[in-house]
Design a protein around this ligand. Sequence first.
Ligand SMILES: *[C@@H]1O[C@H](CO)[C@@H](O)[C@H](O)[C@H]1NC(C)=O
Ligand SMILES: *[C@@H]1O[C@H](CO)[C@@H](O)[C@H](O)[C@H]1NC(C)=O
Ligand SMILES: *[C@@H]1O[C@H](CO)[C@@H](O)[C@H](O)[C@H]1NC(C)=O
Ligand SMILES: *[C@@H]1O[C@H](CO)[C@@H](O)[C@H](O)[C@H]1NC(C)=O
Ligand SMILES: *[C@@H]1O[C@H](CO)[C@@H](O)[C@H](O)[C@H]1NC(C)=O
Ligand SMILES: *[C@@H]1O[C@H](CO)[C@@H](O)[C@H](O)[C@H]1NC(C)=O
Length: 347
Amino acid sequence: MFFGAVQLGIMAACVVLFVPMGMAGWHLSRNKVLFFSGALFITLAVCIHLIPYFPSFFPQSQSPTVLFQQDHRDLCVTLLNNVNFSSNFDNFSWNWDTSSGSYDCDFQKLGRVDVSDLLNGSWVVVAGDSQARLFVMSLLDLILGSDKMILIHEDLFKRHSDYHIVVEEIGLKLDFIWSPYVTNLTDVVTGFKRNRTYPDVLVMGSGLWHMLHFTNYTDYGVSLQLLRESLFRSFPVSRKFDMESDAGRALHLFWLGMPTLINGLLNTEEKRVKMTRELCDAYDHELYKSKLLRRDGGSLLLLDVESLSRRCGVDCSLDGMHYSDVVYEASVHVMLNALLIESHQKL
Ligand SMILES: *[C@@H]1O[C@H](CO)[C@@H](O)[C@H](O)[C@H]1NC(C)=O
Ligand SMILES: *[C@@H]1O[C@H](CO)[C@@H](O)[C@H](O)[C@H]1NC(C)=O
Ligand SMILES: *[C@@H]1O[C@H](CO)[C@@H](O)[C@H](O)[C@H]1NC(C)=O
Ligand SMILES: *[C@@H]1O[C@H](CO)[C@@H](O)[C@H](O)[C@H]1NC(C)=O
Ligand SMILES: *[C@@H]1O[C@H](CO)[C@@H](O)[C@H](O)[C@H]1NC(C)=O
Ligand SMILES: *[C@@H]1O[C@H](CO)[C@@H](O)[C@H](O)[C@H]1NC(C)=O
């Protein structure tokens, strides 16, 4: 049983008060009672101050420092998406918003070597639409460097196709799976179950295609529900984001959010008419209702592209829907820092 400091203090006070009073009942003089009281008080005070040095005498469920660290980690994860952008003409840069207290969290922009260490031997799967493809581009840019990126750029950007790469030097396997709709994501998830192989990191996200071609938020909500159910059925998914896969490895799940749409910049009349602010809000609300995200009680950690792109601003958007690389770069670093925090690693 765990004795808190408060309970211990109250117990000590009772002993100091009642033991001498009890003794007084045994015909002790007032001086003797005072003497016993004082002696007991000093003994207890000494004991209490010695407790921290002999923690093994006091069995505890979890030490307060571990609990504190866990709380601190959870807090830091919630602050990860607070990123500020600044621009110098067309040159955008970003950094974490330290005014929200995140400086205690040691968020860091990881370099190539750090990322290679972190993802060494991992299997990363990213499934989604063009936003997810841009996310993959930023991740590979970080891992391979811009020289090698030029070589693979064309293959990576083949319209509506998957992309697979193995980075031999660090044994990293990266799959991009073209999944414009949530139903496609569900197929990916059930595919893992069928094959009995699970990636270490799974990043998913979709919604824009559904918004444009179905324009029915209720239906989007239904498909998110089905995705959630298939996640529960396919993965040993607990309510936590960081869970064990069959091999006992941790499995990290992320949701790549939709960007902020800037209606006036959208490049077709159909998009401008259908993809309104109200519809975006309705789609957002369906995501919330689906409880897929960890902040809503689910298991996926949100890479908040909506907030990142909004903070980057209108000038940062190319066509009201796709944004400058800097937004996807920031979301990659949000993911990497979440992985660092969740795996309790510090570089
Ligand atoms: C863009 O900004 C970054 C950081 O602010 C700086 O290092 C880089 O030299 C700038 N590039 C150009 C082309 O101005
Ligand atoms: C980041 O932006 C927010 C508002 O968008 C502002 O309040 C905050 O001071 C900024 N932080 C830094 C470090 O510039
Ligand atoms: C990756 O891990 C393997 C062993 O797990 C190690 O031999 C190798 O040096 C690591 N590579 C990098 C780039 O960290
Ligand atoms: C994605 O799902 C849609 C609608 O369910 C389907 O028509 C399409 O073939 C799927 N695409 C892929 C790449 O699986
Ligand atoms: C499952 O295995 C098949 C055959 O090896 C492969 O083509 C497919 O991509 C795998 N699916 C997943 C989701 O890993
Ligand atoms: C929207 O989707 C729901 C659920 O799939 C369906 O019942 C409803 O008929 C759809 N509404 C329209 C206008 O297509």
